[in-house]
Design a protein around this ligand. Structure first.
Ligand code: ADP
Ligand code: SR1
Ligand code: MG
Ligand code: MG
Ligand code: MG
Length: 409
């Protein structure tokens, strides 16, 4: 079912809307007398309602034609929810109404929390690396030319190529605004005034960010999530669920892996600001770094295993008649993974920089109330990110990059 016209949901209208929508009614059971509704959106873009009866629940997410955190003056196509729904088809989408830009999906019940909040609280997630490496290896491999024919790949690229406004938002806030004067950018002032200026005056950094931007805009390597930071993952000790794929399109794989790892590095650098007398967070910082190494290592293993097992698949990137001996196949795989590591590190660094001197900051730092302490944490993260962006090609393995980061500060 779908509506005839667009209208923003509120606590009252959402009840009418659910009652008039059989797919949502049946999900909730037919007795809708005792509906509890809470708007819980804490992201930058959209409105998210948890809807529950005493025995059933669901989440309703609506995109309005602007960026929530910036207000109505920053317009943004509500068609973003179409791409989110398309990406969610494999992952528990209940319902989609294109006119209303409304998605109905599974409510990830407590004790699920947003990973970023868990990281701020210092909680270890023993299966996080296993689950996230599996998610990334599978989504990226199966949408790439290692699995698809060029015909299949092109038709899938075409399906997502309309997500233009979301890509343009990323181009602006990640690859442009931090490197120029921008009315929207801010940082912990006055502490980081000269650091922000240094970013805008760093020629080598600008050369590197141009290369990353070109990869983001020009390389349709796989169907990526497009906003895979630690606020886009909900977790318990045993469960890891990726949400919020409204930025999805065919782009470089390293953009997703880098988003996730870069945000783990931000969580790492914020820990000193969350330390207190009871807990210096030293062991927790080590856990974060181990998790970063494990994510990459497991990703490499799982991705390579999918590739090894794909002998009879239709992937057309490396035709078996040409890549016809074990030595060459190994060379090709090692090169692919190494290039991907360098992309991943570059995008991770770009994601870190934008969260410190750009428009949308992260709670990891924003929740550090002492400004001098926050600035110190942010400066360390910024300096490391600049180093990683410039030096990324010299790292042969993730362990080298992580060691360099530990030695750098
Ligand atoms: P935005 O696009 O605005 O960032 P998100 O999809 O990230 O919106 O959702 C915002 C918040 O709503 C999340 O941080 C989370 O707290 C909550 N949320 C979103 N989807 C679900 C879900 N399926 N189950 C439970 N909570 C959710
Ligand atoms: C105005 S920038 C808003 C940011 O929030 C989204 O989740 C993306 O990360 C985007 O860059
Ligand atoms: Mg979000
Ligand atoms: Mg979002
Ligand atoms: Mg990010």
């Amino acid at each position: 079912s779908s509506s005839n016209e667009f209208r923003p949901l509120d606590h009252k209208y959402i009840v009418e809307y659910i009652k008039a929508t059989p797919a949502l009614r049946s999900q909730l059971g037919y007795n809708l007398d005792d509906l509890k509704i809470r708007e819980v959106g804490d992201g930058n873009l959209n409105f998210v309602f948890i809807v529950a009866t005493p025995s059933a629940s669901l989440v309703i997410k609506q995109a309005l034609p602007y960026v929530r955190s910036m207000g109505e003056s920053w317009s943004m196509s509500k068609e973003r929810s179409y791409f989110e729904a398309e990406a969610l088809r494999e992952q528990g989408l209940y319902y989609y109404d294109r006119t209303m830009s409304v998605i109905g999906m599974r409510y990830l019940e407590p004790p699920h929390i947003v990973l970023r909040k868990g990281l701020i609280s210092g909680i270890e997630y023993p299966l996080l690396a296993e689950h996230m490496s599996e998610f990334m290896a599978r989504t990226l491999f199966f949408s790439s030319l290692l699995h698809l024919t060029t015909t299949q790949h092109r038709s899938s690229v075409a399906k997502f190529c309309g997500n233009v406004e979301m890509c343009r938002l990323t181009e602006q806030v990640i690859f442009s605004d931090p490197y120029r004067e921008s009315q929207h950018s801010y940082w912990t002032s006055p502490y980081l005034d000269s650091d922000a200026q240094a970013v805008r005056e760093d020629n080598i950094l600008k050369l590197e960010v141009a290369e990353l931007k070109s990869r983001f805009c020009e390389r349709a390597q796989a169907l990526i999530h497009g906003d895979l930071h630690t606020g886009s993952v909900m977790v318990t000790r045993d469960s890891t669920q990726v949400i919020d794929p409204e930025f999805s399109f065919y782009g470089p794989m390293g953009f997703d892996i880098g988003a996730f790892i870069g945000n783990l590095f931000l969580a790492y650098f914020a820990q000193d600001g969350h330390a207190n007398h009871g807990n210096d967070r030293k062991l927790y910082k080590e856990w974060i770094l181990r998790t970063i190494v494990e994510i990459w290592t497991l990703f490499d293993k799982k991705f390579t295993a999918l590739w090894d097992d794909s002998n009879n698949s239709s992937g057309e990137a490396y035709l078996p008649e040409i890549y016809n001996n074990a030595e060459l196949q190994l060379l090709v795989k090692r090169k692919y993974i190494k290039d991907l590591l360098h992309d991943t590190l570059g995008f991770a660094a770009a994601k870190m920089i934008r969260r410190i001197v750009g428009v949308a900051h992260v709670e990891d730092f924003e929740s550090i109330t002492d400004t001098a302490t926050r600035a110190k944490c942010e400066r360390q993260a910024l300096d490391v990110a600049k180093m990683i962006m410039k030096e990324r090609r010299r790292f042969e393995a993730i362990t080298g990059a992580v060691s360099a980061i530990q030695e750098f500060h």
